[in-house]
Design a protein around this ligand. Structure first.
Ligand SMILES: [Zn+2]
Length: 328
């Protein structure tokens, strides 16, 4: 009999729930807004109702193998509690796993959203032919995930993979984590916008200045479009983002010697604007990358270090969550 799982991608603004078959095909998706203002109990209740209705609806098509949930923030894997989540402020120290399991009377697998996205890319996306990948999610913030031997690497308490908080500039912009100059302060959508504003303040960035007059349309995406038109200010912003990302990827390559590093999330759509600066830093700083024929496209892929764009777009986290029951 066919099997399927339920994946949940719980974001600060959107809640997506899907029934996914064992080959990764999405059978059905339910999309709703996460009404954070209604409180966590209401959100969890609505999520559980949607999970129940999907499980029931596809019951005839196969056996439901389990439920995986990707949530933003730091999760304590042992207790199933959210320790910290900027997008879900009142969920701190809330035993979310226990509460969902009580409502559904079944086990669920809880995972950090960036780890889920990494797992999704490993299962069905850029990393599907590799056992080990390191994935970056460049969104509002910068998340990361390590998938080793097909499984998410959690570290001691579940906090492994916080690649967005690796230092790129020791005296750089203050970060919400308490440090300074973290990757997140240069390679997230928030950072791209901030760096563009800093550029405007320094003067001489006429293109960016003009773009910023329409605040509603001033975004990482519109700055990217301006960069692709050749605007020097917008190009410099993305070069800074790519350079910062390259420094961190080079460090990860040197530390881990994995075959593949994947860059996803909304900002990865600006690949053409930041990838050249990123690759420059990787080649400059990672002798492991150079030694593993990363620059030689004719080398057998098994020997090469590959840095690649993610392939699943906004579905990576959802599909990765659906994969959790099979690999946890
Ligand atoms: Zn930080």
């Amino acid at each position: 009999m066919a099997q399927f799982t339920i994946g949940v991608d719980l974001g600060g603004t959107n809640l997506r729930i899907a029934a996914v078959d064992e080959s990764g095909r999405i059978l059905q998706t339910i999309n709703t807004a996460t009404e954070v203002a209604r409180g966590r109990d209401a959100v969890v209740k609505e999520m559980c109702e949607a999970i129940r209705s999907l499980a029931l609806k596809h019951h005839a098509a196969g056996t439901m193998q389990g439920i995986g949930i990707g949530v933003p923030g730091i999760i304590d894997m042992k207790s199933g509690m959210i320790r910290q989540s900027p997008n879900l402020p009142d969920w701190q120290n809330y035993p979310v796993k226990q509460e969902i399991e009580r409502l559904l009377s079944t086990d669920v697998f809880l995972e950090n959203d960036a780890n889920s996205a990494a797992l999704g890319e490993k299962w069905l996306g850029a990393g599907k032919d590799e056992n080990d990948i390191c994935a970056f999610t460049l969104g509002t913030g910068v998340g990361g995930g390590l998938v080793l031997n097909g499984k998410v690497w959690h570290g001691m308490t579940g906090m492994a993979g916080e690649l967005g908080h690796i230092t790129v500039d020791p005296n750089g912009h203050p970060c919400g984590c308490g440090s300074k100059g973290c990757l997140e302060q240069y390679a997230s959508a928030t950072a791209v916008k901030r760096m563009a504003k800093e550029h405007i303040a320094r003067g001489g960035a006429e293109g960016l200045e003009k773009l910023s007059r329409d605040e509603a349309n001033f975004s990482a995406k519109s700055i990217y479009e301006l960069a692709m038109k050749g605007d020097p200010g917008a190009k410099a912003v993305y070069q800074r983002a790519g350079g910062a990302l390259g420094i961190v990827i080079a460090g990860m390559i040197n530390a881990l010697n994995l075959p593949m590093y994947v860059v996803g999330g909304g900002v990865s759509n600006s690949w053409d604007a930041f990838a050249p600066a990123m690759m420059e830093q990787i080649k400059l700083r990672s002798f492991v990358y150079v030694a593993t024929l990363g620059e030689d496209p004719t080398a057998p892929i098994v020997q090469r270090t590959v840095v690649r764009r993610a392939q699943l777009g906004g579905d990576a986290g959802l599909l990765g969550a659906a994969r959790l029951p099979a690999v946890s």
